[in-house]
Each structure stands twice: as C-alpha cells, then as structure tokens.
Design a protein. Structure first.
Length: 517
C-alpha cells in the first residue's frame, strides 16, 4: 500500500509526475489534431464565402468533388483521436498497478482523523490548511510553507470513510465541513455536478445526526435536501419519520457525541497529551542525576570518540546518545532498507499481522548487508556493553512511517512471560531485554516517542539513539516501559530498532533477586 510509508507516498508523487507528462503529450497531439481540423474548416469556409469561387470553374468543381469524396470522409472518420486516447490509456495502465487504490484512500482518510484526534486539531482549521489545536490558546503545531485547503469533496470523502464504519463522531465533523463548502460554492461553476454533491453530503450528514440522536438536525438537513430534490421518495419518508419521532419522543440529545474507542488504548488521554507536548517534559528542577556526560564505557571503540549520553530517566532507565550516527550513515541505512520496505506487522499470538495501531513499513538489515550496518552494530555493542551477535539480538529493523504513521502504546518485550508461542521467542534466546532505537531522520512535527507510564516524551532528535531496558534484572518485563511512536504530523520519520535478547547478557547484565532492580 501507499499510505503506510512516506517513501511510498513520494513514489506515488513520482508516478503522478509520469502521468502528467503523458497527459501533456496527449494534449499536444490533440491540439495538433484540432489545429489541423480548424485549418480544413477555415479553408472550405473561405471557398464558400468567396463569390468568385464558382463551381463553373472546372478546377474548383474538381476540388469540390475531390473534397467530398475523399477529404471529408478522412476528416470525419479519422482514427487519430482514438489513437491519442488509446496512448493515454496505455500509459495509465502501465502505471495503474502502482497507483494508490481504495485501501489507500481509506488509510489516508483515517490518517487525517488520527491527526485530528491525537493533536486535538480543529476540522475547520485542517480543511483551511491549518494545524490549529481546538483550544486556541495553543500555537499551531505545524505551519506548512504553503497553505493548501481541502476541497468540499475532499472533506466529503473523509466523512464518508467515517460514516461507512459507523463512526458518526467523525462523519459529522467532516460532513459538516463538506456541506458548508458545497453550499459556499453552490452554483458557482457547475450547478449540476455540485447540486448532486451537496445533496449527497446532506444525505449522509442527516443520517449521521439521526444515528447520533439529534433528530431535529437530521430533519432540518433532510428538508434542505428536499429543497434541491423534492421528488426523492426515500428522503421524503425520512422527513415524515423524523417529524413523527420528534412529536412523540423529542430529541435524544443527551451527552455530546463521544469519540469512538477504536483502539484498545486504556490510557488514550495520557498518550495524546504526551504526543502534543513539544518534547521531553522534564521535571521543573532537573534532578542532578539526570544530565549529559561523555561515556567510553571501558570500550576501546569509544576511547577516541566517547558517546554523548543524555540520561533522561533512571526508573525506567532511558538514555539518549546524541550524534550516534552521521548523516551519511543514516542515508546509507535508509537507502539499503528502502527497496525492502513492507507493511509493518505486530506479533499477535503465534502470528504476525497488519494492524491499525502500527502504521509504517519496515525492513530487516543483516550486518552483512553493508559495512555501515556492521559499524553500527559494533557501536551499539560498545555503548550498551551487550552481546549483539546472533542470536543474542535481532537484525536491524528499519522503519519508515507513513501518513499519520504511528505505533500506539506497546511493550517491545513479550508480556506473556515465557509464552513460547510468541514469535519473539523464535530465536530461542529469551525475551527482548533492551531496545536501541536510532532516529535516522528529523520530522517537521509530531512523531515523538512517548513513554506513557514514565510520563514523558522524547522528540525526534536526528542521528541520536535511544536506549532503554525492557526487562528488570530478575527477567520480568518492566511495565514502566510502555511506549509509543506518536503519529507523524508532518515530515518523513525513519527509525532503526535493535532488539537485544536476554541470552548472552548473563555476565554483562547480571540478574538480581531484588524485584525493584
Ligand atoms: O517510532 C518510535 O518513536 C517508537 C517505535 C517503537 O516503539 C517500535 O518500533 O517498537
Ligand atoms: Fe517499541
């Protein structure tokens, strides 16, 4: 699919560029054809208007007969137009397999609604090209270089995706926007087409209000619909039904419509607040044990260039190594992974599956793939002091997030301890003891890594590597490591994950019987 990685969206843009060039060629051919037709028309018309051009003249009589028997048929039956449009069709069909489909349009619409929700953005603002939080005392989260609004039809599509899943909370917001935009432009250029669209939007919006219990609003909108299409039987019946319902029961307007709980998130509010925060929410007075240091970690690899460590939290232990990779290394890793990216999956029981709560594409890189991968592995081994040789660590997983791409709160380790069924145990080297995550790109807005229970979020710091322990020293999962990749609001987010397993680390991180360690 296209929407689940920005790299694919960029490729889609390249494909549209190709389509544009084909359309330009088509227009050029068609203009030439029409110009030739016009010349023929003008020539014959001139002869007909010239009183001196009489068919008494045998030469003119000849050319008249020739025109009618030969020129006109070839003009009228020319296959040039068909050939031109066939070339256009073929050019499109060559690309069609790679073009986004209905699934992508759905995914893209859900992405906009996710950004609306997680960043508490106003739909009206989004439709106007702005990323303004609903509480207007906050500054916009992102100010694009060029402001582009959505069309009435764009809003209608988003609303319809919500409507089709019975999500009237979102369908109402987006269809309201669609209706008011269709009303504004109504009759301004293509009255026929726009009337149809305005009617559709009114129809869906009225039903959404009805389902949400707001009968009087459903009634008003249905009446407006009938104003445009008085003969519609179905809407006429709806109006009668709504009138009857109102007369007998009145509106069911109680609590305002709630956002549907599509995710299995129990801590949605905390998560969203962390995503909206502009970065690491440090305690007002930063405790003295948190801060920056140069680390050699007793490793010869780090003697000449120590790691730049920023300790973010002690419990759970989370540190950020700044400038862990160079720009060139990051580009190499992205380039190596690019062609292999596949929709990311998550472990679910024994299987791996695509899920709405993780929208990205990823690829696995072995250290033999390139000397740069190997160099990174050695560096990660040096800073962590852990054994990363297979099977003590997984291959490097390179991830590219998509439109509104995210990874909702989760643990990296298997939570059902020693559940041998989890794909995580396939390597037979225990659970994931630690994570190293490298930020291979900067993002323009959003995309922080949020630690829900630890109550702070790390903004994307290009080239930095984040490290944390997933397991306690006694081997239990550390519940405080629940974390998430917040939706990317703008930009292209790439990360690389290295998951390190328990086995092989027995003497490097000895266990402890104190459950607090
Ligand atoms: O992208 C992020 O910030 C977090 C990613 C993550 O947690 C994961 O891939 O397991
Ligand atoms: Fe994770």
């Amino acid at each position: 699919d296209t929407f689940s990685a920005l790299r694919s969206v960029r490729q889609a843009r390249g494909n549209e560029g190709r389509l544009l060039r084909r359309l330009r060629a088509y227009l050029r051919e068609e203009s030439t054809r029409l110009r030739r037709l016009s010349r023929f028309y003008e020539k014959v018309r001139a002869l007909h208007q010239d009183p001196g051009a009489s068919v008494d003249n045998p030469l003119l009589a000849f050319s008249l007969i020739k025109r009618l028997s030969s020129d006109w048929p070839s003009v009228v039956y020319s296959s040039e137009a068909t050939e031109n449009s066939r070339a256009l069709h073929v050019g499109f069909q060559e690309l069609q397999r790679e073009l986004p489909g209905a699934e992508d349009l759905d995914g893209a619409a859900r992405a906009l609604m996710r950004l609306q929700d997680v960043y508490a953005l106003s739909v009206k603002g989004m439709a106007n090209g702005l990323f303004q939080p609903t509480s207007t005392d906050r500054p916009p989260l992102y100010s694009p270089g060029r402001r582009v609004s959505l069309s009435a039809d764009d809003c209608f599509h988003v609303g319809k995706v919500a409507y089709d899943t019975g999500d009237y909370y979102h369908s109402i917001a987006w269809l309201e926007e669609a209706v008011s935009r269709f009303r504004l432009s109504y009759g301004s250029w293509n009255p026929e087409e726009e009337r149809g669209s305005l009617e559709d939007a009114l129809d869906y919006l009225a039903f959404s209000y009805f389902m949400a219990g707001n009968i009087s609003h459903a009634l008003t909108l249905s009446r407006e619909f009938l104003h445009y299409d008085p003969s519609n039987q179905r809407v006429t019946r709806n109006v009668a039904k709504y009138e009857k319902l109102l007369a007998t029961h009145g509106d069911r307007v109680g609590a305002p419509l709630q956002r549907p709980n599509v995710t299995q998130l129990q801590n949605r509010d905390a998560y969203e607040e962390l995503c909206q925060g502009l970065g690491a929410q440090m305690a007002p007075e930063r405790p003295s044990h948190l801060g920056c240091s140069y680390e050699t970690n007793g490793s010869p690899y780090l003697l000449l260039q120590p790691a730049k460590k920023e300790t973010l939290r002690l419990q759970p232990y989370i540190v950020l190594y700044h400038d862990f990779v160079s720009d060139a290394e990051a580009e190499t890793i992205k380039g190596l992974a690019g062609p292999w990216l596949q929709r990311s999956v998550v472990a679910s029981g024994e299987k791996q599956q695509k899920v709405e709560y993780r929208i990205s594409k990823s690829a696995w890189l072995k250290d033999t793939a390139d000397p740069v991968v190997q160099a990174l592995e050695l560096r990660m081994a040096a800073i962590t002091g852990l054994d990363l040789r297979p099977p003590y660590a997984e291959y490097l997983q390179v991830v590219n997030y998509g439109l509104g791409g995210h990874y909702e709160p989760h643990f990296d380790h298997a939570t059902v301890r020693r559940s041998r069924k989890s794909p995580l145990y396939r390597m037979k080297s225990g659970n994931r003891i630690a994570t190293v995550m490298i930020y291979l790109s900067a993002v323009e807005a959003g995309g922080s890594t949020a630690f829900i229970y630890a109550n702070f979020s790390v903004p994307v710091v290009k080239n930095a590597a984040l490290f944390w322990w997933n397991l306690r020293r006694n081997g239990d999962g550390d519940g405080d490591t629940l974390h998430a990749g917040c939706p990317v609001l703008a930009g292209d987010k790439w990360v690389a994950n290295k998951w390190i397993h328990e086995y092989g680390q027995e003497f490097r991180r000895p266990c402890s019987r104190d459950p607090r360690d």
